[in-house]
Design a protein around this ligand. Structure first.
Ligand SMILES: [Zn+2]
Length: 341
């Protein structure tokens, strides 16, 4: 077992005007991600429930321009793939529609609109909506590797609402695929390979076993998927899901995707109750055709604007120092989350 949960605790002194300039000790924790060794900082602020953002205001801003993903506009406003990639130009399943992204973040970059409904509050998502979306994304990826053997790295991603960087409110996933991984995906793949070489085991298998044994960040399992609070959080609430023994998104079965959708709904319920209204999600695949040292996993980070001026929750730390700041200890997040599974 080579899993190490490394941390360092430091203290800073201030003289607090709110307490007549009495001396106060502040605590800061640095944590090292057990796989990538990337450092993050954790400030455990005594925040339980966040202030609820004004959704009407957010939706009003989004209503200033016509939505290209609504059913009456989609056919005219969105691009098509070539017929030899996707017959008819767009892939459809239930209410899901997959078409090319106008912004080419990778050689293959697609959008999967999830529903006909323009705005879906977290509480209104259904297992069917999520299953249809993620399973259609996987069907699209299977088609990609069939037509283009150079495509070896892919992921399915989600920016939910503008606070997370989502420029269109209408719920949609983004699928990217190409011959190189993204930076973090590459770090995970290399980290998993290195771990396997050194310890002879799969990192994610050992991570699940260790987290289960410790019981501090292990939330619950849903079928083949295990939900954890990430040890080294990449944001306010960072939740991880690991799909056991699947190295690539291509390998996911319908049952895996149903399990994943059911877990996501439980996470959404928690987000809703704690006023986390926006998030980023990444569902990562190992190298297609590579070794078995990677297990498919997802990471979700909540996003928000900070009061009182509505500041971004991404600062010089994330942008220019490559470190994230978590404001709640993952162990506290895990305790809160458990009641939802
Ligand atoms: Zn719309």
């Amino acid at each position: 077992m080579g899993i190490e949960f490394k941390r360092r605790i430091q203290q800073a002194r201030i003289f607090d005007p709110k307490r007549g300039y009495e001396e106060k000790t502040l605590t800061l924790e640095t944590r090292w991600d057990p796989l990538t060794k990337k450092t993050v900082r954790v400030l455990d602020l005594p925040i339980k429930k966040l202030e609820k953002p004004d959704m009407d205001e957010i939706l009003k801003k989004g209503g200033d321009f016509p939505c290209p993903f609504c059913p009456d506009a989609l056919e005219q406003a969105t691009p098509c793939f070539s017929d030899d990639l996707i017959k008819g130009g767009r892939m459809r399943f239930g209410e899901v529609c997959v078409f090319p992204n106008r912004l080419p973040f990778d050689r293959y970059c697609a959008v999967a609109v999830l529903t006909k409904g323009h705005f879906v509050p977290l509480a209104d998502f259904t297992e069917e909506m999520l299953f249809n979306g993620f399973s259609t994304a996987c069907v699209f990826l299977r088609r990609l590797v069939e037509v283009d053997p150079t495509v070896r790295y892919f992921s399915v991603n989600w920016n939910y609402l503008p606070m997370s960087g989502g420029s269109i409110i209408h719920p949609h996933l983004q699928i990217i695929g190409g011959d190189l991984p993204t930076h973090y995906q590459g770090e995970m793949i290399q980290g998993g390979r290195g771990y396997h070489q050194q310890w002879g085991e799969v990192f994610w298998d050992e991570l699940i076993a260790k987290e289960k044994e410790l019981g501090e960040r292990y939330i619950e399992s849903v079928g083949n998927t295990v939900w954890l609070a990430s040890y080294a959080p990449l944001g306010f609430a960072d939740i991880m899901a690991v799909v056991k023994e699947r190295t690539s998104l291509i390998d996911l079965t319908d049952q895996d995707l149903r399990d994943f959708a059911q877990g996501l709904l439980k996470v959404f319920q928690y987000f809703q109750d704690f006023n986390h209204c926006s998030f980023n999600l990444g569902l990562y695949s190992g190298e297609y055709g590579g070794d078995d040292s990677f297990w498919v996993n997802a990471r979700m980070v909540t996003r928000r604007l900070l009061p009182p001026v509505g500041a971004s929750d991404v600062s010089y730390f994330e942008k220019l120092h490559g470190e994230s700041i978590g404001f709640k200890k993952p162990e506290r997040l895990c305790e809160e989350k458990r009641g939802y599974f």
